[in-house]
Design a protein around this ligand. Structure first.
Ligand SMILES: *Cc1c(COP(=O)(O)O)cnc(C)c1O
Length: 360
């Protein structure tokens, strides 16, 4: 069986090098005589793995010491609740930008805990762009301002970050974390489900400014309470041990290929290969607004559902899999995360060209 080019949105492609190392270490990690999966999370060998993963996150993203780096179960969706429970405790209000289904879901979840104001939405346009933000609509007393930097389903990305003054900026970076440099200092909190650009599924990475820790609502479960989790080194209870180990292997690979700066260049090149072709194709049309194009998720369609389906099927046969768009968006989506090699994108563009020619 040959490996395919997997364009899935998440869980997604991982670096082959990381998978090969995991395979090599599967039965016996170092001189421990056991698999990482079998280790006590309280053992020295495992603590070193855990600490190593956190250190790589800090190094690769340039996380200042004034921020805590936490691994919390429940995925990104868990943080849709975790964030208001921890942060919506001053005025009890927060501003949300509705730029996609995940952003919308986060806003609705937050309303269980306080007032989540929608300051802008592109819902009526099918989320094909990041909505225009008007600072006059921002609440100066909001406990935080919430954005989704990259909208996985629609393939949109903020061309620039909103200016929120003293209001803490909170970002769901699930699908573009580590894909290009971001100044962590501009954010009060960054979080991401692990299964897109970090490693396998199993946790959310939460990077949070320490001065925002320790004001959680009383009802906050301990496993979601940033203060409790920070004091416990993210090990209040058994963490997703193997997922954190795998994430560490993926981050090690990322460091080896030039870190975030290095991969950003490759990511832009990969995205340009696709967008350049889409812009000239008579058959395939890019979906996302040009000004907000994601370099991680590229959405396109032919305009005819039967042709889309034929394309997706043919591509899968050629070893280019999971190109079907999200069920709520239709069309096609190529997720080209860090671990997708340039050759995979070249093969996809080649296949698209041939498919288009074959229809003339
Ligand atoms: C995938 C995704 C989520 C949901 O992640 P889970 O870990 O499955 O909860 C949330 N936000 C964005 C932007 C995503 O891409």
């Amino acid at each position: 069986m040959q490996r395919v080019y997997n364009f899935a949105a998440g869980p997604a492609v991982m670096p082959e090098e990381a998978l090969a190392t995991a395979a090599r270490e599967m039965l016996c990690y170092g001189d421990t005589g056991m698999s990482v999966m079998e280790m006590s999370h309280r053992s020295k060998a495992y603590q070193d793995i855990f600490d190593g993963t956190e250190a790589l996150v800090r190094e690769l993203m340039g996380v200042p010491q004034s921020y805590a780096v936490l691994f919390i179960q429940g995925g990104a969706t868990g943080q849709f609740a975790g964030i208001p429970m921890n942060l919506m405790t001053g005025s009890g209000r927060a501003d949300y930008v509705d730029s996609g289904v995940f952003a919308h879901g986060a806003m609705v979840e937050a309303r269980k805990y306080g007032t989540a104001n929608c300051v802008a939405s592109s819902r009526d346009e099918g989320y094909v762009r990041i909505p225009t933000l008007e600072a006059s609509k921002f609440d100066p007393n909001a406990d935080y301002f919430y954005i989704t930097t990259n909208n996985t389903i629609y393939g949109t990305k903020y061309p620039e970050l909103p200016e929120t003054g003293n209001v803490p900026l909170v970002a769901d970076m699930s699908s573009n974390i580590l894909s290009e440099p971001y100044d962590v200092g501009k954010f009060a909190l960054i979080f991401a489900g692990a299964q897109k650009n970090i490693g396998p599924a199993g946790f959310a990475l939460v990077i949070v400014r320490r001065d925002l820790i320790g004001r959680a609502m009383k009802i906050t479960p301990n496993i979601f309470d940033y203060k409790v989790m920070d004091e416990a080194g993210s090990m209040l209870n058994t963490p997703p041990t193997y997922a954190v180990y795998m994430a560490g292997l993926c981050l090690k690979w990322l460091k080896g290929v030039g870190g975030v700066e290095g991969i950003a260049e490759v990511n832009r090149m990969k995205a340009n290969l696709l967008y350049d072709y889409l812009d000239e194709s008579a058959l395939f049309k890019p979906v996302a607004d040009r000004a907000c194009r994601s370099i991680m998720n590229v959405t396109f369609r032919t305009g005819d559902e039967a042709t889309d389906a034929e394309f997706i099927k043919g591509a899968a046969k050629a070893g280019l899999t999971n190109l079907k768009g999200h069920r709520s968006a239709g069309g096609m989506r190529a997720s080209i995360y860090n671990a997708m090699p340039v050759e995979g994108v070249r093969a996809l563009v080649e296949f698209m060209k041939n498919f288009e020619m074959g229809r003339k």
